[in-house]
Design a protein around this ligand. Structure first.
Ligand SMILES: Cc1ncc(COP(=O)(O)O)c(C=O)c1O
Length: 427
């Protein structure tokens, strides 16, 4: 029997480096091995309480479509939230917010509205892999701008400028970053924004981890990220600087956002894009009208999430900070491991003393366990477009409780030593 041909884009879609090793993890579990997942950013912390209460309260007799751009009550509440970030820039109006199915759909709409097939986006490498996944769906090329662990994954504006070609339509960057945990300062945003403005391309800042920043008090007066740190001192939440605070970028800036991580609600599937560019908004709204509606019940819950008491948010942020401190210190104590300290999100990219991190990650799942337990990590090579880059690295999501992370460190240390012995005896 013949089967219809897949499209070239379907046949060549990249697989997720986060999930690629899942068959090995499933096989380990089938053998009775406990697999600790450090590969995926699925937080274990409870979804914030106002959101859970809202789900329990929802009582509409018809779960209707919502407006394509999202409910006005939710966009009004979001506008009030964004207007804490805008500083001296003009306030955000609900008409500049488009509610989407997760941050993922906001990315898809954004790349589709900025690029035609054959166009390119720039990304700082290592990058969030779905930037490449969505670009591939749209026939858009992804051009990497190298960043390095030795430079704390900073993004030099000149490196971005040098990578721009006539086909470049946007620079897409997460801050705080996935997979690196790097946070752009207000000055960084301004400098990178200027590069985008000069080249007349969109500056897409993915701010889904905005709350997850770990400034180290006391703050020096000349701190390069005063906006991020300001709140930490007076007890308010510290927030990563937002591109929405830069009025000159009104035509070029697009913010990607989501409730997934902020409220520990990845399954709620509510995100949004924010832009002061009315033409860009209008294009995205047409895409949104074609998919009809973002989720109705989840918007109700997401609006409630915005009322989460500050102590509850702070407890979540403090939990991630403690985990970061634990895992970074633990990793750097393992012989041959060197890991920079991320300042945001809940990921890190670390070098391991192995020639091929994917082979090592497979070894951990297929050939190794410590008293019946092992760890699953994401080989970092899949977060790079440059061939061979990231081969010695893994990405770790520190989304497990401290006792589990401590156990993961023991397992990793033992696994590295067993792997080195095996490699030596094979040589
Ligand atoms: C940087 C970044 N952007 C966007 C997303 C999309 O998240 P969601 O579609 O759950 O909102 C994620 C999810 O991991 C992410 O890490």
């Amino acid at each position: 029997m013949t089967t219809p041909n897949l499209s070239r884009r379907g046949a060549t879609a990249p697989s997720s480096p986060i999930r690629r090793l899942t068959p090995y993890a499933d096989a380990a579990k089938a053998r009775g091995v406990v697999v600790h997942h450090l590969n995926i950013g699925q937080p274990d912390l409870h979804t914030v309480s106002p959101m859970r209460a809202a789900y329990a309260r929802f009582a509409d007799e018809v779960i209707a479509y919502s407006p394509s751009e999202g409910y006005l009550y939710y966009r009004k509440a979001l506008a009030a939230y964004y207007n804490q970030l805008t500083g001296d820039a003009p306030p955000i109006d609900p008409s500049q917010i488009l509610v989407t199915v997760g941050g993922s759909e906001a990315l898809l709409f954004t790349i589709a509205a900025a690029c035609d097939p054959g166009d390119e986006i720039l990304v700082a490498e290592p990058y969030y892999t779905n930037y490449a996944g969505f670009s591939h769906m749209l026939g858009v090329g992804v051009v990497p701008v190298a960043t390095h662990a030795s430079e704390s994954f900073a993004i030099p504006p000149d490196r971005v400028r040098a990578a721009i070609t006539p086909r470049t339509r946007a620079f897409v960057v997460p801050s705080p970053g996935n997979p690196t945990g790097m946070v752009l300062s207000a000055d960084d945003l301004r400098a990178l924004g200027r590069v985008c403005q000069d080249a007349n391309i969109f500056f897409v800042v993915d701010e889904v981890y905005r709350e997850f920043v770990y400034p180290e008090p006391p703050v020096p007066a000349d701190s390069p990220i005063p906006t991020a740190l300001a709140g930490a001192l007076d007890g308010a939440l510290a927030l990563a600087p937002s591109v929405l605070a830069i009025p000159e970028l009104a035509a070029h800036a697009v913010v990607i956002d989501s409730v997934s991580k902020r409220y520990s609600a990845c399954g709620a599937r509510v995100g949004c894009l924010v832009t002061r560019n009315p033409d860009f908004y209008a294009a995205c709204l047409k895409f949104a009208q074609a998919r009809l509606s973002p989720p109705t019940v989840d918007q109700f819950a997401a609006a409630a999430a915005l009322t989460t008491p500050q102590p509850e948010m702070r407890a979540m942020i403090d939990a991630y900070r403690a985990r970061r401190d634990l895992i970074v210190a633990g990793l750097n104590q393992i012989p041959g491991v060197s890991c920079p300290t991320p300042t945001g999100a809940f990921y890190l990219v670390t070098d391991l003393p192995v020639a091929d991190a994917e082979d090592f990650c497979i070894f951990m799942l297929r050939d190794f366990n410590l008293a019946g337990e092992t760890v699953m990590m994401a080989p970092a090579e899949g977060f790079y477009a440059t061939p061979g880059a990231g081969r010695h690295q893994v990405r770790i999501a520190y989304v497990l409780a401290p006792d589990k992370l401590t156990r993961c460190l023991e397992i990793l240390r033992a696994g590295l030593s067993a792997y080195a012995q095996r490699t030596n005896s094979a040589a």
